[in-house]
Design a protein around this ligand. Structure first.
Ligand code: PHE
Length: 345
């Protein structure tokens, strides 16, 4: 140990270097400190003082101030992912920019009876101004009236009076299936039927009591495929393919009821965390009572499914109260801090 200390001492001693500095006044030597100018001002130009001033050099390596805006909300990030999946599968996005819809497109065209409880003010927001819509394709409206009140195409209909006054009422749309109805009607007006795949992801409104899992407005993800002779097998297959792209493979279907689809199926997936089957969507084959009055060929079927955007977003971002996801209780820091959405597929 002593040897080691001595060795170090000798090494330091014999390798010592001496460094000296000589300091003298340079050309710019001054006893007053002047600050270099940062900005060239109009006054300097007017007085000509800029000629004698020294200016600070630009620092092109300085980092900019991060902008305070420009963060995407988690719902928008998850929406982008779902959109990508639909586009990969060859679907076309439907126009859904109308939040206000008539009862005709939201309910009647979908063969939802005028006495259906969902049309009640407890479930639907009615618009007071403009209270009613007027621009309907009248020949189609008449065929809708016919199928509701008298039946046709082998269906009995509802055998109740169908009133245009009910159909004209403006509401906030309760589902984007209203947009699917508009698009399928438009498709039926084309000279020659061509198979289509449509999707949309947009906002819908329901007059619900708000709690930690319900809001009076939320987003629906909706897909539909129209082609000759599609079956329940096609519907289950395409839903399986869609959810596989989200990393969800354990699916179950449960018979359900929708006024506009037959058969109808709720979609369940096995949640590994909760160790149980949870409902993730609704689906079905649109009824002939909806499609034939539109004018679609008899052998064309349309399969469709829908799910909410909020539920997968809450799972993905571990948010347990929907009111902290949208609405006045949203914490903006949550929006800034959350990473982009990459669904585990
Ligand atoms: N419109 C349904 C809903 O609001 C979802 C759905 C879409 C069901 C298409 C069947 C077919 O829940």
């Amino acid at each position: 140990m002593l040897n080691f200390v001595l060795l170090n001492y000798f090494l330091f001693y014999f390798h010592r270097k001496e460094v000296g500095y000589k300091v003298s006044k340079g050309d710019n030597f001054t006893l007053s400190i002047s600050k270099a100018e940062v900005d060239l001002t109009p006054e300097m130009i007017q007085s000509g003082s800029w000629k004698t001033k020294t200016f600070k050099e630009y620092n092109f390596d300085a980092l900019g101030v991060p902008p305070a805006a420009g963060h995407l909300h988690p719902l928008l990030k998850v929406r982008a992912q779902y959109r990508q999946i639909f586009l990969e599968m060859g679907f076309t996005e439907m126009p859904t920019q109308n939040f206000v819809e008539s009862c005709f497109w939201n309910f009647d065209s979908l063969f939802q009876p005028q006495q259906h409880p969902a049309r009640d003010a407890h479930d639907t927001f009615f618009i007071s101004e403009p209270r009613v819509a007027k621009d309907f394709p009248m020949d189609y409206l008449y065929r809708v009236k016919q199928i509701h009140s008298e039946g046709g195409h082998g269906s009995q209909g509802y055998k109740v009076d169908w009133k245009i006054e009910e159909a004209e009422k403006n509401i906030l749309r309760t589902h984007t299936t209203a947009n699917s109805a508009r698009m399928l009607y438009r498709l039926a007006q084309q000279k020659e039927f061509k198979p289509v795949k449509y999707f949309s992801i947009d906002r819908v409104f329901r007059n619900e009591n708000v709690d930690d899992t319900h809001l009076a407005e939320f987003h629906q993800i909706e897909g539909s495929v129209a082609d000759y002779g599609l079956t329940l097998g096609d519907l289950m297959g395409i839903i399986q393919e869609f959810f596989k792209k989200l990393g969800i493979t354990k699916l179950r279907f449960k018979p359900a009821y929708n006024p506009y689809t037959e058969p109808s199926m709720e979609i369940f997936s096995y949640h590994e965390g909760l160790k149980k089957w949870v409902e993730i969507g609704n689906s079905g084959i649109f009824r002939p009572e909806m499609l034939l009055p539109m004018g679609l060929p008899e052998n064309v079927s349309v399969i469709a499914w829908g799910l909410s955007l909020e539920r997968p977003t809450m799972i993905k971002y571990k948010i347990d109260d929907i009111r902290t996801l949208i609405g006045p209780k949203v914490n903006l820091q949550m929006v800034y801090d959350n990473p982009i959405c990459i669904l585990d597929n």
